[in-house]
Every structure is written in C-alpha cells, then in structure tokens.
Write a protein that binds this ligand. Structure first.
Ligand code: ZN
Length: 180
C-alpha cells in the first residue's frame, strides 16, 4: 500500500474569486472538499501549497499582476476548504510547491511516497509541483475533477503532460477514493 499525501495547490481567494478568479476554478471546489474530507478520516496528510507573494518584489507578479500578496485576504485559502487542525500549510513564492519551501522535508518526515496533486492550475502550479515531485522520486496521482485551468485546452494539455512526462496516474475522484 502506498503512503499518500494530498497536496492542495493555490485554492486561495485570489485564484477562485479574486484577482485571478475563474468559473472553472470554482467548479472544482466540492470535489477537493470531498477528497480532503475523506483523506482526513483516513489520516492521510493534507498539505496546502499556497502562493504567498511579496508585493513589489516577486518576479512572478510582473507577469501576472498582484495576486496572493502575503497578509491579504486574497492569499487565504477559500472558506470552503479552510485548513483544519492537523493539516499542513506551506507558503510558496513560485509556481512549484517545492521550490525553496519545506515541502520535501515535510513529505519525507511523513513517510510519503505518493502525492495526490489537486488545485489550480493544472498546466501551471500543479504542473511545476508535479515536476519537482517527480524529480524527488514521488509517484503522482491526479484526480481529474480536482484540478482545472483557465481553459479546457490548458486543462487537457496540462493533464496529458503530467501523464506523459511524469507518469502521473490520471483517474476519477471515485476511482481514487475506492482505492484510498
Ligand atoms: Zn503566484
């Protein structure tokens, strides 16, 4: 049996309803809520990888404009998916949840060998998080209802890339839950 952890990428006010909000981002919320609810019941760690940018400094803000600025409401996890006691929250300043963060150390200490990657966006922060997970030897699972992108094209392209390049298992949420 694999030792799993769920990573929730950038389900923050600014990505769902704020500066970079989109309908497709809102549509995945109930699926992630269901997944992390089940994970908590089974003592599978839930780890939030949250954009937490420094205003006027972070490189990424030049491309995307201000979003998820440290200390603002936009940088908080959306109310429907609020972290609970026992969850882990990792702030990040780049697309990847691993880059210059405690993610790898935490996963190691949790004994994780498989990461379930969810959140926004499939072709960007999820993809870069998956790349870093793959480099470090983790297996990757992506339930297709728990991630999305601004467009269908980016979403489908994102999932295809994860599958082909990082060997990610793309499955339905029900399939994953039946197996978890
Ligand atoms: Zn960002």
């Amino acid at each position: 049996m694999s030792k799993q952890a769920v990573i929730v990428v950038d389900m923050l006010n600014d990505f769902v309803t704020g500066a970079l909000g989109c309908d497709r981002g809102r549509a995945i919320v109930p699926y992630i809520a269901k997944l992390i609810g089940e994970a908590r019941k089974k003592d599978i760690p839930v780890i939030y990888a949250n954009d937490c940018h420094i205003k006027g400094i972070d490189h990424e803000l030049k491309l995307w404009g201000d979003h998820a600025i440290k200390g603002t409401e936009g940088a908080e996890v959306i109310p429907e998916l609020k972290p609970e006691d026992g969850d882990h929250v990792i702030p990040k300043r780049r697309y990847s949840g691993f880059y210059q963060t405690d993610m790898d150390m935490l996963l190691n200490e949790l004994g994780t060998d498989t990461v379930i990657i969810t959140g926004l966006h499939a072709h960007m922060c999820c993809r870069h998080t998956a790349a870093d997970a793959y480099y470090r030897g983790y297996d990757i699972i992506v339930p297709r209802e728990t991630t999305d992108s601004f467009t269908e094209e980016d979403y489908e392209g994102g999932l295809k890339y994860l599958q082909e390049v990082y060997g990610a298992k793309i499955c339905s949420l029900d399939e994953l839950l039946a197996d978890m």
